[in-house]
Design a protein around this ligand. Sequence first.
Ligand SMILES: O=C(O)C[C@H](O)C(=O)O
Ligand code: SF4
Length: 513
Amino acid sequence: MQSFKDSILKLITETSTNLPPDVRYAIQQARLREDAGTRSALALGTITDNIKRAEENVSPICQDTGMLTFKIKAPVDANQIEMAKQIRQAVKEATQLGKLRPNSVDSLTGENSGDNLGEGVPVIHFEQWENDYIDVRLILKGGGCENKNIQYSLPCELEGLGRAGRDLDGIRKCILHAVYQAQGQGCSAGFIGVGIGGDRTTGYELAKKQLFRSVTDTNPNPDLARLEEYIMEKANTLSIGTMGFGGNTTLLGCKIGSMHRIPASFYVSVAYNCWAFRRQGVTIDPETGAIRDWIYTDDAVPADAKDASVVETAEEKLGGRQVVLTTPITEEQIRDLKVGDIVVINGLIHTGRDALHKHLMDHDSPVDLNGGVIYHCGPVMLKDADGKWNVKAAGPTTSIREEPYQGDIIKKFGIRAVIGKGGMGAKTLAALKEHGAVYLNAIGGAAQYYAECIENVDGVDFMEFGIPEAMWHLQVKDFAAIVTMDAHGNSLHADVEKTSLDKLAELKEPVFK
Ligand SMILES: O=C(O)C[C@H](O)C(=O)O
Ligand code: SF4
């Protein structure tokens, strides 16, 4: 087992930096379905570009490492304790190398362990089998999409769809609703794994297990195959689109599994995964620990999509207006902006997410934020030999988590722009109007794309919050994002939510009787 740790390090690196062919293929197909010049087409163009850069730079596709989850099948005499030990060592090394963000936080103290190790993490599931090799699969599922997982207990009432009963049609309604409620916040277009039955725990486990299936496979159960096909077709009529910008592709894959339940419970559990669907697998020789084969090479994917790059489509250009702004930004410049404009930012911006927003509510800011820009982002950072911080990945995080604070913080500090993803709610929209500020939606998961816009790290405050939650002061050049909430009370997110609810309601009538 000498090489086992190195094999796992390779698996982690590949999973974090290189999307498998079935996922690339699904994204490529989505791109071909979008009309040129739309916001969704532009977002998919950026995503494609990001996938290529991550592979070339051998750097994280998305800054959010997520919850590292290993699923291992091993021969009876393979030493599981030793394997777990070596996995933890590989995780630590991958973090030191900047392939993973330090993402493990003590739930009671809030302290980031710094190496992705901690109580119960990484998650490692072992199973024995009678084959003569070890099968190791890894998924890096980020927080934004994990927060959009949902579990239904049938029967129930669903907005737009009415009563969902304890039958295949009730299950159909739950799955459609699951896609609707995620909107763009889990970095749509997404993939879903569905678990029918079990209890609350095993239902979710079954749902997550579906995410290890290839996007291109066909369900061996004909009823579930039909349901998967139906969901793929209808979920894509909801017009939520990439990043919730509206558009023709909302869902990239749907995999459904079923298990027995007990008479009193009927759960439908849905695991939502963003487009940055990072899962890979290897088979390993139990004697040497060396990799024998990579698992997700996917023979069903056409050869052109297996190529290192996602197939190119025409250069995407958005029809909207482009406005270049240099920080600090004035109220007049902001009030001139409208939903749909592309803003290109130059100058100093500051990261801030959950811990910082909570802190700023009743403390001062260490830097002047008047006319400033807050970026909802928890980057991957590495210190070089001279002690200088380098940005390894820096995409936006889900903004809605800051909804309780954002409006107050904008007014308290005179902030003019908030960059994030997935949009914010009514309280923030009112504050944008009152104070004169905008919400800019960056493309979630495009962590390499945005890292390359950062020219310098000017400094950092609140390192005690851990790397993702610290306040990084970043000099950016040509940092582009779309105005999705303006200072005139308009919100693209509210509009898309309303349209998609109307479309969901069109799917109310029974289909599977
Ligand atoms: O933690 C992050 O960086 C992002 C998170 O995955 C999110 O989608 O909000
Ligand atoms: S930021 Fe988006 S792409 Fe990255 S893990 Fe979160 S949901 Fe996924």
